[in-house]
Design a protein around this ligand. Structure first.
Ligand SMILES: Cc1cc2nc3c(=O)[nH]c(=O)nc-3n(C[C@H](O)[C@H](O)[C@H](O)COP(=O)(O)OP(=O)(O)OC[C@H]3O[C@@H](n4cnc5c(N)ncnc54)[C@H](O)[C@@H]3O)c2cc1C
Length: 466
């Protein structure tokens, strides 16, 4: 029989959300048991998510530019990817981040248990070796796993996931990408740029269906031009493993049945919250129909002593949201005053090329709320800096409240959109107006300067006497 060990708080899962919560508990003098069952500490973002994918995507972007030497006025042999070297560089970069995070987790601020845990009730967690941990409050931050939808034959074939793509040492000559969401688009373009012949099958009629339509269009145009075959509006029918290496996929498009074979089937149809083995029912913790843990705006679940944060709680699989949720949960559990989570200023970036970035409320959300607003846009193919960089895909748009000029949302599709969106993210975050933004200096010639065109259009319209 194992003794019970008591703490003020237990954090189950030491990724972005769990670490943020544990750190916050510690900063307020509380004792924390941090439980993580992974072989390697660090969480998805550092080990198999944001950081490794962006390292490889940046390598592929540099390669892509180098291959366009003739456009920029230099010549030489056409450079090509050496994936083993790219992979090694990625591992080196990631090891540094992972070691730093491991040091932070192991520096003695928390009592670390390298074990899987599951709930016994609303105040106790059982570890794999039978140890029982007890606390006033528990935070669940167990993340997510790759979703394998219930499609005929899919679970029996040799599919690859984003984990496999991030570990490639050689380029698959061809591949089929299933899905048109963020991870599917980012890694499909990466695979194409390092030399794979990519076919992407997407159920919706456009890529990134949750993003503004013109942003999807700009990306689709660029991807097609780079040689990616996009099959949109597809219904996946059946998967068969033909031999050890070959998978057969049948799908319907425009009412016609198509057959295709591949040696590299990349399953990128999203992720599912990782909650199945947690015994949530023992604490009365309820799930949403999506499988996410149901929480209020302070990340408190249907059981008041149990909180949830990060991918397991959703609704957005984004690191800064996971961190914010972890901190909010911890402060609320500590009884501190804390603002409820609000997604009205949500910032999202897709690291394709062109990059896509949105912040704040979309026109659909504004209409739904009955907010009167004005929108103004400007294209990158008419902007000095993007023209001289030959980065002419995409546009920027700003949505502002009609009455006050307050900036409520913005969109950007284009070169480095993920950087450019931040000036507008600040505006949305501090509730700045169009006039406030026009008081700032915007340096010439920069990509950022493009925002001044829609800002000036909006200012003119807002101040016009009607
Ligand atoms: C390829 C890819 C690229 C991405 N790129 C970006 C990006 O550019 N920007 C961005 O914002 N987001 C990105 N994301 C999403 C982002 O990585 C996640 O939203 C974020 O890492 C989730 O953090 P988390 O703390 O919820 O979960 P995780 O970091 O997954 O942490 C969960 C932890 O819980 C542990 N655990 C699970 N079950 C148990 C248990 N029963 N007991 C003990 N421990 C357990 C796991 O070992 C793990 O360490 C990307 C994701 C992928 C897959």
């Amino acid at each position: 029989m194992f003794m019970e060990q008591s703490f003020d708080f237990i954090v189950l899962g030491g990724g972005s959300a769990g670490y943020a919560a544990a750190r916050t508990f510690n900063e307020h003098g509380a004792t924390v048991a941090l439980v993580d069952g992974a072989e390697e500490l660090g969480g998805l973002c550092i080990l198999r998510g944001c950081m490794p994918s962006k390292t490889l995507i940046y390598s592929a972007e540099v390669l892509h530019l180098a291959q366009k030497g003739s456009t920029f006025g230099f010549e030489g042999e056409m450079p090509k990817a050496n994936l083993a070297v790219m992979h090694a560089r990625k591992n080196e970069v990631i090891a540094e981040f992972a070691n730093y995070r491991k040091e932070q987790i192991e520096d003695g601020r928390f009592t670390l248990f390298r074990s899987h845990g599951r709930l016994v009730d609303s105040n106790r967690v059982e570890l794999s070796d039978g140890t029982i941990l007890k606390a006033g409050k528990i935070l669940i931050s167990t993340g997510s796993t790759v979703k394998v939808p219930n499609l005929s034959g899919l679970s029996e074939v040799n599919y690859k996931t984003s984990d496999d793509v991030l570990e490639l040492d050689s380029v698959p000559p061809e591949c089929i990408v299933l899905g048109g969401g963020v991870v599917a688009c980012e890694l499909a373009q990466f695979l194409s740029r390092v030399g794979s012949q990519v076919t992407l099958l997407q159920r919706s009629p456009r890529l990134l269906k949750d993003f503004p339509e013109p942003a999807s269009e700009a990306l689709q145009k660029a991807m097609i031009e780079e040689g990616i075959k996009l099959e949109l509006g597809v219904s996946l029918k059946k998967f068969n493993q033909l031999d050890e290496n070959k998978t057969h996929v049948s799908y319907e498009i425009n009412g016609k049945l198509k057959q295709i074979e591949t040696t590299f089937l990349f399953l990128a149809l999203g992720r599912s919250p990782f909650t199945s083995s947690l015994n949530l029912e023992k604490a009365g913790v309820e799930l949403l129909p999506t499988g996410h843990i149901n929480t209020n705006a302070f990340q408190q679940t249907s059981c008041p002593d149990v909180y949830a944060a990060g991918d397991c709680a959703g609704p957005h699989e984004i690191v800064h949201i996971a961190i914010k949720q972890g901190e909010t949960a911890a402060l609320h559990a500590l009884g501190k005053k804390v603002k409820p989570i609000n997604y009205d200023t949500l910032l999202t970036v897709v690291f394709t090329d062109p990059q896509l970035a949105v912040v704040g409320l979309s026109p659909a959300q504004l209409l739904k709320r009955g907010i009167k607003f004005l929108s103004a846009s400007y294209p990158f193919d008419d902007h000095g800096k993007s023209i001289l960089m030959n980065a002419k895909y995409g546009y920027v748009t700003i949505h502002a409240e009609k009455e006050t000029g307050r900036v409520l949302g913005a969109e950007c599709a284009g070169k480095d959109a993920g950087e450019l969106i931040h000036s507008l993210s600040v505006a949305v975050g501090i509730q700045a107006t169009v006039d406030d933004l026009l008081q700032a200096d915007w340096y010439h010639p920069t990509l950022s300067e493009i925002w001044t065109y829609p800002l000036e259009d909006l200012a003119e319209e807002i101040h016009s006497p009607d």
